[in-house]
Design a protein around this ligand. Sequence first.
Ligand code: ADP
Ligand code: MG
Length: 281
Amino acid sequence: MADLAQAQAGATMPGQPYMELVNVWKRFGEGDKQTVAVRNVDLAIQPGEFVTLIGPSGCGKSTLFNMIAGLLPSDSDGSILVKGKAQQDGALLGKVSFMPQRDLLFPWRTVLDNATLALEVEGMPKRLARQKAEALFPEFGLKGFEQHYPHQLSGGMRQRVALMRTFLFERDLILLDEPFGALDALTRSMMQRWLLDIWEKHRRTVLFITHDIDEAIFLGDKVVVMTARPGTIKCQETITLPRPRDVSVVTTPEFMEVKKKLLAVVEEESLKTFASATMRP
Ligand SMILES: Nc1ncnc2c1ncn2[C@@H]1O[C@H](COP(=O)(O)OP(=O)(O)O)[C@@H](O)[C@H]1O
Ligand SMILES: [Mg+2]
């Protein structure tokens, strides 16, 4: 009875993944010109889990992201389930909060008005949206910058505005596509630790796409490795490093061991991408 009540309330049943991808495919174009971007992807994301997804450039990570976000329909072969329920085309849009690979801040909007954008699109009154956003500024290290414009901020700050917008759109699953890819190493490392702090506090389910192995291990409860295109899941590695994690974890034997293992797999896939790109007739 309790389970039924929980299911009716829209909660995840005990042991049930928040999201499941079952045999998901994406092909672009027709006939000779067809590109298979993603093939036969099976993946389960548990509630509250921090999943990192890694794979060589062009393997289909962003395509997968777009399908999960509901921005792109997946081919009819497979299905995407949320709390055990298959989602029809378009039904996923608005169910997850996402931050695309390019941060998409509007240059003509202030930082505050950029942060509230998703809430406004959802129909929340501007005043309420601003109130909600303003409360998060200190935590996101942006207090005092509410009325600045994106061009007045550093790269790390711009990414925090985009992340704040994503967090403000309160959905159970947060999708992040290489959010720190364009940052310098030091800023990137600071942002990783900061993101973990935020995540420990809010405990949302996260799917984080990256092409950096250290980042994938440092952040994740589980690292999922994709093959070269057409991308599918090559392997998954559970990361048992204790939390909260700080920068010293990267020098531990456990970290080194899992890195060595994943490096071998990722390198094998990257070489395939390199070979297919350079040996074309
Ligand atoms: N809209 C599209 N039309 C045709 N091909 C596409 C489209 N989007 C992505 N692709 C192709 O799908 C493959 C995977 O791209 P993408 O998902 O962006 O890779 P990644 O994010 O892993 O670098 C690439 O070969 C890319 O050219
Ligand atoms: Mg991409």
